[in-house]
Design a protein around this ligand. Structure first.
Ligand SMILES: [Zn+2]
Length: 89
């Protein structure tokens, strides 16, 4: 079975101004305690950002599950290919 990578980058917006550019301390977002909007200079905790983008994130999650669903359908069709007794629509 082919394993696919469903990781995708989700563009996060500043809850205040909508800017997508953030500055952060430390090596990367994972080690940074807070991130600062490059546009309005407000600092947010990562929880704030995630909460402010929850609609955005859940939209991506729906897209991902749709992809998984389509892949599963394809795999089902392949499994039943050549089998005259089971028909997959
Ligand atoms: Zn901002």
């Amino acid at each position: 079975m082919v394993k696919r990578n469903y990781d995708r980058s989700i563009e996060l917006n500043c809850p205040t101004c909508g800017c997508t550019q953030f500055e952060h301390e430390g090596e990367d977002y994972d080690s940074a305690k807070s991130i600062k909007c490059a546009s309005c200079q407000l600092e947010f905790s990562k929880d704030d950002i995630i909460e402010g983008n929850s609609e955005n994130i859940s939209k991506h999650a729906e897209e991902i599950s749709q992809e998984v669903f389509e892949d599963l359908q394809k795999q089902m069709k392949n499994i039943f290919k050549g089998n005259n007794f089971i028909k997959v629509k």
